[in-house]
Every structure is written in C-alpha cells, then in structure tokens.
Design a protein around this ligand. Structure first.
Ligand code: ADP
Length: 293
C-alpha cells in the first residue's frame, strides 16, 4: 500500500561547528588572592575561556585536608568567588563541588586540563582511572589532555622565593591601597645597588620585573634603573600606584560582593545549576554502564 504523504523534508542547516573542547580547573578557597595567583593562574583562566568551554570550580572539599572550621571555609569560598568576579570577566562558571580532582574532571567529561609542568603526574592519575573505567565498561570518558600554558613564576617581596601566602611575602592585589603600597615599598630590589647613584641591574630586580605586567613603558623604567636616572624608591612608588590602579575595578566589585554575601551565594548557585545537569547525565550513564540501574 502506498500513501500520498510526502516524505518529511530534510532540514538543511549549516554544517555544525565542532563542539568546543571543555577545559576544567579547580581553585582552592584559600583566602586572599595575591599577585602570583593572578599573573600565574587567573589571567590564564580568563585567556583560556576564548578557546575552550571553561569550567572553573572552587573546590571546597579539597580544603578540608587543612581546614576544619566551617565558618572559615564558607568565608574563604565566598572570598574566592568574589575575587574572581572581575568586571570584564563575568562569565566564569563557578561552582562549589564536593569531589576530588579526578572525579571533578571526569564528571564534566572535560577533555583538557591546564597544568603547570610540575603537576603533569596528577593528571596522569586521572588518565589512568579513565582508561581503567573505559576498558572495563566501554568508552565513557575522554582521556584528558594537558595544556601546558606559559605562566610566569612570580617572586615574592623578598625577591628570592616564590610569592606564596604561606611565606608571607605576598602583594595582596585586592587589599586597601595603603596595604599594597606598604607591601611594594618593602620589596627587596637589587642588593648590590647600595647608593642612589649606583647603576641598577633590572634583570635581577623583582620590582623592575613586575613592571613588565603593568605598563608598556617597562623597558624605559628598566633603563632608568640601569643608568641610575631613577632610584628604587621612585620605581617602587610607581609600581604600587600601577598595581592599585590596575586592580581598582576588581577591588570595587570584590567589596561590593563581600558586602552582599547573598549575591555571591547566588552566583555560586547559578554556576552549580548550570553544571548539575552535566554531572547528573554523566552519573546516569556511569550507573547504567556499571549495571547499577
Ligand atoms: P599559595 O602558594 O599562595 O598558597 P596557591 O597554591 O593557592 O597559592 O596557588 C593558586 C594558583 O596560583 C596555582 O595555580 C599556582 O600555580 C598559582 N601561583 C601561586 N603562587 C604563584 C607564584 N608566586 N607565581 C606564579 N603562580 C603562582
């Protein structure tokens, strides 16, 4: 028997763009953000958003190894969320999600993870877990690739060790201008430049090195030091001013959010709501494959 029904027309559409690779990274809710965190990690997070579908989480469960005070943890999580909400950077997908690194990565089927060279071994563990699962239950998870991004190691105010909260040698980028000024003015510069008239060595002076990030004229500034046209105090004052000015909009937003914790909680919830369906879909698939449902 035939019918007169016309075959359904096949929709003609433009070829679909290949799905963007998904990148995942977690950051600990460990309090104040310093210059090393921004130049070494956060700027990179922002840049990677252009190329990948980015999922960035505040991994509060990871902090439990060293932090056992619920209020401090809640505050740290809000502080980190507020710190990351820079005015030109509102599309961070933020989420507080209680699982450890491998689970964090695979539950969103992330294909890509930004790692420092020293963290490659961590990712290898995740890849092994993925391979073991895929071997046993069939192709479920992509095997993650690392993207090694060029990030600088920022030295602390002591001029020799890596800037780190635990070493107390930080420049707190969202602090009051006076705090930033004091921290910058305390920086150790070229220890061989004793007199104002001595020529400086910008290549070993952390103040000069940090100027690279805060203005197009950093070579001129370095030249001023090299020829003793300028002194360390002038160069530090200028750096403090530039850091303060650069982070002023972020600080304004940070303070606004910290005065309104409900808004931060709303941002975190919106991130969680956006990601929950992805995590639930993965878990449903995993249970199905394992015969748990
Ligand atoms: P801290 O050492 O102050 O506790 P974290 O370990 O919380 O900082 O680091 C958070 C992120 O910031 C990580 O991606 C880390 O690589 C980056 N980071 C921390 N300190 C520096 C630094 N001095 N220079 C470059 N990147 C840094």
């Amino acid at each position: 028997m035939t019918t007169d029904v016309e075959p359904a027309s096949i929709p003609v559409s433009a070829p679909a763009a290949p799905p963007r690779r998904r990148i995942f990274s977690g950051i600990q809710p460990s309090g104040i953000v310093h210059l090393g965190n921004d130049l070494g990690a956060i700027r990179n997070y922002v840049a990677l958003q252009a190329e990948f579908e980015a999922i960035y989480c505040i991994v509060d469960y990871h902090a439990l190894t060293s932090l056992h005070d619920a209020d401090v943890l809640r505050r740290g999580t809000r502080e980190m969320a507020a710190s990351l909400q820079q005015p030109d950077d509102l599309n961070h997908g933020l989420l507080t999600y209680p699982v450890l690194q491998a689970a964090d990565i695979v539950i969103y089927k992330a294909t890509t993870v930004p790692v420092g060279k020293d963290q490659a071994a961590h990712l290898e563990l995740t890849r092994e877990i993925v391979r073991a699962f895929n071997n046993r239950y069939g192709e479920t998870f992509p095997e993650q690739q690392a993207v090694f991004t060029e990030t600088p190691t920022v030295l602390g105010t002591d001029g020799v060790r890596k800037m780190s909260k635990s070493l107390g040698n930080t420049i707190e980028i969202l602090a009051e201008p006076e705090v930033i000024r004091k921290q910058v003015m305390s920086m150790v510069t070229d220890t061989q430049r004793i007199l104002r008239t001595d020529p400086g060595r910008p290549e070993v002076c952390n103040v000069c090195q940090l100027h690279r990030w805060f203005g197009p004229d950093w070579e001129e500034i370095q030249d001023g030091e090299r020829t003793a046209r300028t002194g360390c105090v002038d160069t530090k004052k200028l750096l403090a001013e530039r850091i303060t000015r650069h982070y002023a909009p972020a600080r304004e937003r940070y303070l606004e959010l910290m005065a309104n914790p409900a808004e931060i909680d709303g941002i975190l919830e919106a991130g969680a709501d956006r990601l929950r369906p992805k995590a639930e879909a993965t878990m449903a698939e995993v249970r199905e494959r394992m015969g748990l449902r």
